[in-house]
Design a binder for this molecule. Structure first.
Ligand code: TYD
Length: 201
């Protein structure tokens, strides 16, 4: 089972993804679930993550290919081996981030991004939890952080477009992408996530 968490910056993905992994490790046993994230979920990816998050690129496709390169290596080194051993993989951000951010955020055509994603061979998520929060909630959380990356500095209208993208994707692929209300206390949100994953494990 390959589960991804998606949503705008500050939606609570990290908190909830870690909770889910802890829950699964308790329920299924040690080693039966794995937490990872993009960009930069593999050993040696530090420089690539740093490059992606700190640089401003002139050409809109530069970041697409960097995210995709990161994803390919992440898939080969971490995700595929774990899935082959029957481990449940929980990943913060995956290919829907490329759709929502690069299409709705940056303005590349969806159909072109789909073609680029289809070229790269990597496991497709079985389920995706889309943590849906208002831009106000998300920005309040992000601005409380110390060091903002270049995406987190983009501001309100960028995040509004990205949320709109995620909602479009969820409506397009209802069986895989499950929107979960991310507003409220972490315990409440986690209970909604478990409900939405009923029957998966
Ligand atoms: P990161 O800081 O790790 O995530 P978060 O702020 O949610 O903890 O993610 C870096 C940024 O990269 C995030 O703002 C979304 C963006 N991103 C893309 O634009 N395309 C992608 O394919 C991926 C994986 C991330």
């Amino acid at each position: 089972m390959f589960i991804t968490f998606e949503g705008i910056d500050g939606c609570g993905k990290s908190t909830q993804a870690r909770r889910l992994v802890e829950f699964l490790l308790r329920e299924k046993g040690n080693g039966k679930a794995l937490w990872t994230r993009e960009p930069g979920g593999w050993t040696g990816s530090g420089n690539l993550r740093e490059l992606i998050l700190s640089q401003e690129f002139e050409h809109p496709w530069t970041e697409v290919f960097l995210f995709l390169a990161d994803r390919c290596e992440h898939a080969k080194k971490i995700i595929e081996p774990a899935l082959q051993e029957g481990v449940i993989v929980i990943c913060e951000r995956f290919d829907d981030s490329s759709r929502a951010y690069q299409v709705w955020g940056r303005g590349i055509e969806l159909e072109k991004i789909e073609r680029a994603l289809a070229l790269a061979e990597y496991p497709r998520p079985d389920r995706t939890i889309l943590l849906d929060v208002s831009v106000e909630t998300a920005m309040g959380r992000v601005l409380a952080r110390a060091n903002l990356d270049r995406y987190e500095k983009e501001g309100k209208s960028f995040l509004e477009r990205v949320i709109e993208g995620y909602r479009f994707l969820a409506a397009r692929e209802k069986s895989r992408i499950r929107p979960v209300n991310g507003e409220g206390k972490p315990d409440e949100v986690f209970a909604r996530i478990l409900d939405s994953l009923e029957g998966c494990f």
